[in-house]
Design a protein around this ligand. Structure first.
Ligand code: RP5
Length: 297
C-alpha cells in the first residue's frame, strides 16, 4: 500500500469508526460543521477553510493559517476571562478553577503553547471569538416536551423552541451556566427567562410559578452532556452543554405554561419533532435523542 493510501485509510478509521466504537453513547461528536461556516458570527472575519478530513488535529495540515479573532465585545466583561499571557490570569485547565468549571465533558483537552485546543479539531479561526471563556464554555439546555394528539393518527412529540435574537434561528431555550451555579438550575432559569420572560415578572408572579411548576421541573432527565457544534466555536474556545428533558406525558401541566419570549429570545412556540427540523448549532441531535427516548419501546 502506498503511504498516501495508508494515510487516507487511517484518517477514515479515526474520523468515522473509532469514535463510534469507543465513545460513550452521545457524549461528543467526531466532527463539527456549523463552526466551519465561512464568516465568524457577528463579524466579517473569514474562517480558514478546513475540509472534513483536516478537522482532526492529528491529521497534518501544513497550509493551515487561520486568522486570530477576539471580539472587542467581550473586553472587560465581568463574565469573561483575561487574555492568555496576562500574568494575573492563571487558569487551571481541565479542572474546576474556583467557581469556574474548566473541565470538559469530552475528556482531557490539550494545551498547546498555552492555549486550550478544541477537542473536536480545527475550526478555521484562532482566539476565542465572542466566547467569554478560553476552553469549554458551559451551558445548559431544557427540552420541555408534550404529545400533540391527532385524530386517528400517532401522536407527535413537541418541544418548546425559542427564536434566537442573534441568528434568527430556532433553538433550545438554553444559556450559560453562571459561576458556581448548578447546571440543572441553569436549565430551569434559562427556560423561565427565555420562554416565559421571567426577567420582567414580579416577585409574586415568580413565587406563583415556582409553586405551580416546582414538581415538574424537579423531574428533569439528563439527555446529553458534551460538545455543541456552535457557530461561535474556535480552535481555542467552544460550547458544551448538559441537556435535560422535562416531559409532560398527560399534557395537563404544560397547558398552564404561558409562553412569552424574553431575554435573548424574540419568539417562542411549540414545535413538532420531525426529521426535517432545522435548529441552531447541534440542537437537532439533542431533540432527536429526546424523541428516541420517548418512542423506543
Ligand atoms: C448553545 O448556546 C447551547 O446549547 C445553549 O443553547 C446556548 C447558550 O448560549 P447563549 O444562548 O447564552 O448565547 O451552544
Amino acid at each position: 500500500m502506498l503511504y498516501n493510501d495508508y494515510k487516507f485509510f487511517r484518517t477514515i478509521l479515526y474520523l468515522y469508526y473509532i469514535p463510534l466504537m469507543i465513545r460513550p453513547a452521545f457524549s461528543t461528536m467526531s466532527i463539527h460543521f456549523k463552526c466551519r461556516s465561512r464568516l465568524y458570527p457577528r463579524s466579517n472575519v473569514e474562517r480558514f477553510p478546513v475540509p472534513d478530513e483536516k478537522v482532526p488535529w492529528f491529521v497534518e495540515y501544513k497550509d493551515y493559517k487561520p486568522s486570530t479573532y477576539n471580539s472587542p465585545s467581550i473586553e472587560g466583561k465581568p463574565w469573561a476571562d483575561n487574555e492568555i499571557g496576562n500574568p494575573a490570569f492563571k487558569p487551571k485547565w481541565n479542572d474546576v478553577d474556583g467557581n469556574v468549571n474548566r473541565k470538559s465533558y469530552v475528556g482531557l483537552y490539550e494545551i498547546k503553547d498555552g492555549y486550550p485546543l478544541n477537542p473536536v479539531g480545527r475550526t478555521g479561526i484562532v482566539g476565542r471569538g465572542v466566547l467569554g471563556r478560553w476552553g469549554p464554555n458551559h451551558a445548559a439546555d431544557p427540552v420541555v416536551t408534550r404529545w400533540k394528539q391527532l385524530n386517528n393518527k400517532e401522536p407527535v412529540l413537541q418541544f418548546i423552541a425559542i427564536k434566537r435574537r442573534d441568528t434568527g434561528e430556532w433553538a433550545l431555550p438554553g444559556g450559560m451556566v453562571d459561576p458556581g451555579e448548578k447546571v440543572a438550575a441553569t436549565a430551569i432559569r434559562e427556560f423561565q427567562e427565555e420562554a416565559m420572560n421571567s426577567i420582567e415578572a414580579t416577585e409574586d408572579e415568580k413565587a406563583e410559578w415556582k409553586a405551580k411548576f416546582h414538581r415538574f421541573f424537579s423531574a428533569g432527565v439528563e439527555i446529553y452532556s458534551g460538545y455543541v457544534d456552535d457557530p461561535r466555536n474556535t480552535d481555542n474556545a467552544w460550547m458544551e452543554t448538559v441537556a435535560y428533558n422535562f416531559h409532560d406525558e398527560s399534557g395537563t401541566i404544560v397547558a398552564a405554561l404561558e409562553l412569552k419570549a424574553g431575554d435573548d429570545a424574540v419568539g417562542v412556540r411549540w414545535v413538532d419533532i420531525t426529521n426535517d427540523l432545522n435548529l441552531y448549532a447541534s440542537h437537532k441531535d439533542i431533540v432527536s435523542a429526546v424523541l428516541k427516548r420517548h418512542t423506543d419501546k
